[in-house]
Design a binder for this molecule. Structure first.
Ligand SMILES: Nc1ncnc2c1ncn2[C@@H]1O[C@H](COP(=O)(O)OP(=O)(O)OP(=O)(O)O)[C@@H](O)[C@H]1O
Length: 296
């Protein structure tokens, strides 16, 4: 049996001048829990939407368990929990779950779905009267209905409080431990770090980093040091202490460093600079990683 759950090749999707997804290649082995991590607008939702066959790509191909998205969804191989999915007015949680089960050839038992999603005591509540966190868990239950081999979750914990998040991740981990493949998107490095075995960082529609959580944490845990060269040369910056990467855009330089203090001290001793900024923002690190200027 092919052990590949997801294979995306050369996926591209533009909206006007924006390349929401830009030549994305991604292969996910069965049984992996993968976090798609990236700042707002990185292309996570668009990539997921293409993967599920909801948005057509301008270029590229999607294969889920060797099938097209539509075939895989129809066969119950894929369950998805999307942002802002609608509700059936007036129906209870149990009724909506029953409705979802009827769509699939080999659904999970209703009680199992409710228990997995932590909704057993909310089964007879109207779906449209659930709290934000409960509604998220109800969407998760809906995604589980077909007993999917691949669970796709787009920013699943957005509306949840701390207790709801914990219960939710415990449920996801149980599902993953049964050998299922889970793909979730998030802005939160700590969620990716804690719950994924592989983290793919997207920025401007491209993969800028891909690896185990510890590796990605190391990458994002440093600082960025930005400054204007003010006529000085960019040569040799990569040899300053702590520096991992150097991006030059016009006169502006952005360094990624593990030790900002040492980098700045050495920089000051070495050459002039202006408009120094030291930042820990993950988003800045993402931007640095996607900088298109001169890369070293
Ligand atoms: N239907 C659309 N029409 C026009 N532009 C779009 C559309 N959908 C997405 N975009 C643009 O494509 C880019 C990627 O958006 P996308 O929603 O995929 O990112 P994201 O990583 O999911 O962001 P977020 O974390 O904010 O949900 C953004 O610049 C967005 O404005």
């Amino acid at each position: 049996m092919d052990d590949t759950a997801v294979r995306l090749t050369g996926l591209t999707r533009r909206f006007g001048a924006v390349r929401a997804v830009d030549n994305l290649d991604l292969t996910i082995a069965r049984g992996t829990t993968l976090a798609l991590l990236g700042p707002n607008g990185a292309g996570k939702t668009t990539a997921i939407s293409i993967m599920l066959g909801l948005t057509p790509p301008d270029a590229g191909t999607v294969s889920l368990f060797g099938r097209s998205p539509a075939e895989a969804v129809r066969a119950g191989l894929v369950g998805a929990m999307l942002q802002d999915s609608g509700v059936v007015p007036g129906a209870t949680v149990r009724e909506v779950i029953e409705l979802a089960r009827a769509l699939y050839p080999r659904p999970l038992a209703t009680d199992r779905i409710l228990a997995t999603a932590g909704l057993t005591d909310r089964a007879d509540r109207r779906w449209d009267r659930l709290s934000g966190g409960e509604a998220q868990r109800a969407r998760f239950a809906f995604a589980l209905a077909g007993a999917p081999d691949l669970l796709v979750l787009d920013e699943p914990t957005a509306a949840m409080d701390v207790a709801a998040r914990q219960a939710f991740w415990a449920a996801i981990q149980r599902y993953a431990a049964e050998g299922h493949t889970v793909l979730f998107s998030t802005h939160h490095l700590h969620e990716a770090d804690e719950f994924a075995d592989r983290v793919v960082v997207l920025a401007a529609g491209r993969v800028v980093a891909d690896g185990p959580p510890a590796e990605i944490r190391g990458l994002a845990g440093g600082r960025t040091v930005a400054f204007d060269l003010a006529g000085a040369t960019a040569d040799g910056l990569e040899r300053l202490p702590g520096v991992r990467s150097v991006a030059v855009r016009g006169d502006r330089v952005v360094l990624c460093t593990d030790d900002a203090d040492a980098t700045v001290l050495a920089l000051a001793a070495d050459r002039g600079f202006r408009n120094l900024e030291v930042s820990a923002a993950l988003e800045t690190a993402f931007l640095t990683l996607t900088a298109t200027g001169t890369e070293h």
